[in-house]
Design a protein around this ligand. Structure first.
Ligand code: GAR
Length: 217
């Protein structure tokens, strides 16, 4: 059965683009929805024949009201999976519960380090030697759900925010399509609040978290 995927964005949508371009067998990008009419990624989605919609959070008096309209728009596309790709809104517990087990996010840090905003600057300030990105299931605690996959990049002596974020973003574009593919292939198991990726058909096994070589020029 083809699995419908709805992707939520707030801005340029480069992770959404990476997922669309990866053309995952058995998956159909049913819609790209933004909370801002000026989200750059909407144009890419429309050019690729994907349904787009805008649900502007500023039009609603409360988070609850916004999330209810957003969920109605998402559900009209009958999603098997909802993918947050740079969607910069905190979601209500009701919304998260409605999509339990089928709502994933990418965060630009090695969670549980550096939840929240400005992750690259904070990593530089902390002097960490490795940084990266995490794909995780969304729970009602911000940036806290079960981790599906992480990519690690070295922090170099002469890094600044721009260089480090570019190196992390390149890895985001690798691991997010990979995580979506695992979901579509039904290879992700949630067990005791932790996510495991199974090898096809042979039951849960530990997944590895590879150290990624820095191939950014
Ligand atoms: C990405 O780096 C993503 O990890 C981050 O926003 C960027 C969106 O870029 N998400 C968060 O910070 C969520 N807490 P994109 O629009 O080009 O995909």
């Amino acid at each position: 059965m083809i699995k419908n995927i709805v992707i939520l964005i707030s801005g340029r949508g480069s992770n959404m683009e990476a997922i669309v371009r990866s053309a995952i067998p058995g998956a159909r990008i049913a819609a790209v929805i933004a909370n801002r009419a000026d989200a750059g990624g909407l144009a890419f989605a429309a050019e690729h024949g994907i349904a787009t919609a805008v649900v502007d959070h500023k039009a609603y008096a409360s988070r609850e009201a916004f999330d209810a309209v957003l969920a109605a728009e998402i559900d009209s596309h009958e999603p098997h999976l909802v993918v947050l790709a740079g969607f910069m809104r905190v979601l209500t517990a009701d919304f998260v519960t409605h999509y339990a087990g089928r709502l994933i996010n990418i965060h630009p840090s090695l969670l549980p380090s550096f939840p929240g905003l400005h992750t690259h600057v904070r990593a530089l300030e902390a002097g960490v030697k490795v940084h990266g990105a995490s794909v995780h299931f969304v729970t009602s605690d911000l940036d806290c759900g079960p981790i599906i996959v992480q990519a690690v990049v070295p922090v170099l002596d002469d890094d600044d925010e721009q260089r480090l974020s570019a190196r992390v973003l390149a890895q985001e574009h690798r691991i997010y399509p990979q995580a979506v593919r695992w979901f579509v292939d039904e290879r992700i198991v949630l067990l005791n609040g932790r996510a495991k990726v199974t090898s096809s058909g042979s039951g849960p096994e530990s997944w590895t978290v590879p150290l990624i070589e820095d191939d950014t020029p």
